[in-house]
Design a protein around this ligand. Structure first.
Ligand SMILES: CC(C)(COP(=O)(O)OP(=O)(O)OC[C@H]1O[C@@H](n2cnc3c(N)ncnc32)[C@H](O)[C@@H]1OP(=O)(O)O)[C@@H](O)C(=O)NCCC(=O)NCCS
Length: 173
């Protein structure tokens, strides 16, 4: 049974394989992996630095680009296999109100349509609640039927669209 865990070097090999999968997939890679070079991450020290950086992101004191907020990244892991990732943003900005919301997620292409995103989001809602978020705002493109389904299966209520982004409120209790 997969578990939602803090980033860990235990899944090094599998994470690098997943990064290669995202890059090879016909859709543009999600932002979390777009800037990563899987070849570089294959080196243990580079992967350790990446994990350390992710683990620091929830801290207010961590320097971050303008417009970014503290965020907790969690990985959906089965044994030593990396299946997906999710980030809980600790608060909203005007940009996140429009697109992004409190929680974003990605499942590696080879693991899709097996219920992982639905389960991963369900497990993340108490994490969001502990961060004082209730309800959580989630958004998805109006063409992203799979993501809409994931949100609705977690109790998401459609509250309208801004441009191509559909917006939902998901109770975290
Ligand atoms: C969206 C995404 C996270 C879904 O992950 P997943 O693990 O495949 O999702 P699940 O298996 O939990 O659920 C997918 C649901 O969508 C449905 N679905 C999948 N493809 C679909 C499609 N083309 N049309 C309609 N429904 C679709 C599935 O049947 C399933 O619904 P069900 O549980 O009622 O059967 C994954 O496709 C992904 O990582 N996409 C790229 C990144 C992304 O879009 N992230 C979300 C940004 S808002």
């Amino acid at each position: 049974m997969p578990e939602l865990m803090l980033p860990t070097v235990v899944v090094h090999e599998s994470f690098v394989a997943a990064a290669r999968e995202f890059h090879a997939h016909p859709e543009p890679p999600p932002w979390f992996v777009a800037g990563l070079d899987p070849g570089e991450l294959a080196a243990s020290d580079a992967f350790e630095r990446y994990v350390t950086r992710l683990l620091a992101e929830p801290l207010e004191s961590t320097p971050r680009p303008e417009g970014f907020v503290p965020a907790t990244t969690l990985w959906w892991i089965d044994g030593q296999e990396f299946l997906g990732r999710l980030a809980v943003r600790h608060r909203l900005t005007p940009a996140l109100e429009d697109a992004g919301g409190h929680i974003g997620y990605d499942v590696r292409p080879s693991a899709r349509n097996r219920g992982h995103a639905t389960a991963m989001l369900r497990e993340a809602l108490p994490v969001a609640h502990r961060l004082g978020i209730d309800p959580a705002l989630l958004t998805c493109d109006d063409t992203n039927l799979a993501s809409r389904r994931v949100i609705e299966r977690n109790g998401g209520r459609y509250i309208g669209s801004r441009g191509v982004k559909q917006r939902f409120l998901v109770p975290t209790t």
